[in-house]
Design a protein around this ligand. Structure first.
Ligand code: ZN
Length: 278
């Protein structure tokens, strides 16, 4: 991680890179609050002291979320620190333009269409991380240290409304739920997110769909996907996905009647980037 990529935690927690990393990874006690979660500081006029809620728990929770949700090779990605990549098939100008838009409106919905190698996954990861940081920032989070560290992280994430899921697995789970299937532990299968949960999350919520190209669409799965897109549109939930398919091929998967309807909903909800047309 370089200093720029570390900007998000520096905003929260103003130490050098090594210290931030060590505290985030819970390898070192917080130098500010000594893992108590708050500390006393003199007020500006210097006459009295005030209690300040420490940011170390937030830094640790962001790290925990990244470890759970983001692939190892993408964990360095930060929207604030992203610069155009020479390895991308997109021109530097186009990357600069897209990054400026994403940074200006990181909470908007986006659909990225483009061939492999056009930075689509990087853009999605950057948006996801930014969204997670925003949510963590809005919470009161105590340090995740000690025996209760992971339990505490899990309890915070019970209400976590930012879903980063494989569309393939999610739609298969919808299907299994409808059949009353059980998993390997004998528990009834339920999709990790559905329209109802998205409706409840509202503008706090976000749905990041991966692997939408890998879905073998049936009528049932098409309807389930439509329900999710509808919930995002109706309730102001952020929707982000990317696909290697062209706009036409993406719509064609859903058939001549439903295809245009789904595409219309996507276009109403998302800023659509078509990297097939440079
Ligand atoms: Zn602290």
């Amino acid at each position: 991680m370089n200093t720029e990529q570390n900007a998000e935690v520096r905003r929260l927690f103003d130490y050098d890179r090594e210290t931030v990393d060590a505290v985030a990874n819970r390898k070192m006690a917080c130098p500010t609050c000594h893992d108590r979660g708050e500390y006393r500081r003199k007020t500006k006029d210097g006459d009295s002291a005030e209690t300040i809620f420490c940011a170390c728990g937030k830094v640790q929770l962001i790290q925990y979320i990244a470890e759970q949700k983001i692939a190892v090779h993408d964990r360095f990605v930060r929207l604030a620190g992203l610069v155009p990549s020479e390895r991308s098939q997109l021109s530097t100008e186009r990357q600069t333009e897209v990054l400026a838009e994403l940074r200006a409106n990181p909470q908007h919905s986006y659909a990225f269409f483009g061939p492999a190698g056009t930075s689509k996954t990087t853009f999605c990861v950057a948006l996801y991380r930014e969204r997670a940081v925003r949510w963590v920032n809005s919470c009161r989070v105590l340090p995740l240290v000690g025996d209760y560290g992971v339990q505490r992280a899990k309890s915070y994430l019970k209400d976590y409304p930012i879903y980063l899921v494989s569309a393939k697995k999610l739609l298969e789970d919808f299907h299994k739920e409808s059949l009353g299937d059980v998993d390997e532990h004998g528990q009834k299968v339920h999709p990790v997110v559905n329209g109802e949960k998205l409706a409840r999350a509202g503008e706090q919520g976000a749905l990041f769909l991966e692997e939408i190209d890998k879905v073998h669409f049936t009528e049932f799965k098409i309807n389930a996907l439509f329900e999710l897109f509808d919930a995002c549109y109706e309730h102001g939930v952020q929707l982000v996905f990317n696909t290697n398919l062209t706009l036409e091929k993406f719509a064609a998967q859903f058939g001549p009647e439903t295809g245009p309807a789904i595409f219309r909903r996507v276009a109403e909800t998302c800023t659509v980037y078509d990297f097939f047309s440079e």
